[in-house]
Write a protein that binds this ligand. Structure first.
Ligand SMILES: *Cc1c(COP(=O)(O)O)cnc(C)c1O
Length: 367
């Protein structure tokens, strides 16, 4: 039987005036709505007790397994307001299935797809007023479903109690001052994932292991780090939280193939489809980092961009490493944002905001 997510409405929700103030400039990930959806899993009972309740801190035992052994997985997706006032989400069933795959890799129970979708619909219905109005730029309500081992037990085994939760955070444009190419540092001292590890699971542990590389990049004046395969340090994998694409002058658009150490981005998969529709030639294969350096030097490589739900598509300008750097694309034209990068970004946003026909059936109505 699917979870029902009964609503206990917040007794004193944020006032309309305060909410409108927040929605005028929400930033990213720092403001939250009034409610959260939760459900519990126990070994004996399975999934139960789905509800939407006022947002607030958890009561967590200091021995909760997640705090010691990092049994935790999460998702990220957005709710978009369309012009007619309805609220939609982009391929949420893909997030539901990925959460199941991530959970399974971390020896956690799978949340049924309908219970994932049910949690999102129930939370967005309760906090609908927090979905920014249509036409306010690239604004949305960012949804963060996550699941963690809440059993108080220090023995090492998959926990017998899990907490599932969805929180929501209004999000403003990722680039409030206009899109600007980011610089990347090639991290050779650190890897984010290794063969047989958890690289293709969306889990907090991968993020924790990417932070040192991130700091190394920042110390070299770069915005982000790009990680290579951990065994040969030869092939491009991805950023700490975004996939990568290389666009060639001859129309090829190339992204690292899924090897088990790369996160299967929903944006990545959608761009492969959109690229085909644009008449580009998508390729999924191993990409030596040397190919990027050579392509930039020869000019054959025209554009590089990173992609993910939060930023959608982010142009990449400079690639730096210990001993050199190259820049892709003409930084004096269109602020260094490549034509295809801009076009792909616009096509995705047009589908998400209901401005373009949803020919692939990617949108799901939430409210
Ligand atoms: C979430 C994530 C992405 C992007 O995935 P989307 O489904 O497109 O948001 C890419 N890489 C990593 C490591 C991620 O965690």
């Amino acid at each position: 039987m699917s979870l029902s997510y009964s609503l206990s409405a917040h007794p004193s929700p944020t006032s309309e005036q305060e909410r409108e103030g927040i929605l005028a400039n929400p930033g990213f990930g720092k403001q939250f709505t009034d409610h959260m959806a939760v459900a519990t899993w126990t070994k004996g009972e399975g999934w139960h007790d789905g509800k939407v309740v006022p947002r607030g801190p958890f009561q967590l035992d200091p021995a909760a397994a997640v705090l010691h052994y990092a049994q935790e997985v999460f998702e990220g997706l957005k709710a978009f307001r369309h012009e007619d006032g309805s609220v939609w989400s982009f391929r949420p069933e893909q997030n539901a299935r990925r959460l199941q795959r991530s959970a399974s890799r971390l020896a956690m129970p799978e949340l049924p797809e309908e219970d994932f979708l049910g949690s999102i619909k129930a939370l967005v219905a309760a906090d609908e007023a927090w979905v920014p109005a249509y036409g306010t730029g690239e604004t949305s309500l960012y949804l963060r479903p996550f699941m963690f081992a809440s059993e108080a037990f220090l023995g090492v085994r998959p926990a017998h109690e899990m907490t599932y939760c969805v929180i929501a955070s209004p999000a403003g444009a990722y680039f409030p001052g206009g899109m600007k190419p980011v610089s990347l540092w090639i991290s050779t001292d650190f890897a984010r994932a290794g063969e047989g590890g958890t690289g293709s699971a969306k889990c907090g542990g991968n993020y924790a292991s990417s932070l040192a590389g991130q700091l190394e990049g920042a110390a070299h004046g770069c915005d982000q780090a790009v990680f290579l395969d951990s065994s040969t340090h030869t092939y491009i994998e991805e950023l700490g939280g975004m996939n990568l694409f290389l666009v060639y002058r001859d129309g090829r658009i190339v992204t690292p193939e899924l090897t088990g150490t790369i996160l299967e981005g929903v944006t990545r998969a959608s761009i492969l489809q959109i690229a085909k529709e644009m008449g580009l030639q998508p390729e999924e294969r191993r990409i030596p980092i040397q190919e990027w350096k050579d392509g930039a030097a020869s000019g054959e490589l025209a554009e590089v961009f990173a992609c993910g739900t939060a930023a959608v598509v982010t142009p990449v300008g400079t690639l730096k490493w210990d001993g050199g750097e190259v820049t892709v694309g003409d930084q004096s034209v269109a602020g260094g944002v490549g034509e295809n990068t801009a076009d792909i970004r616009r096509r995705l946003l047009d589908i998400q905001y209901g401005r373009a026909e949803d020919t692939n059936g990617w949108m799901t109505r939430l409210v």
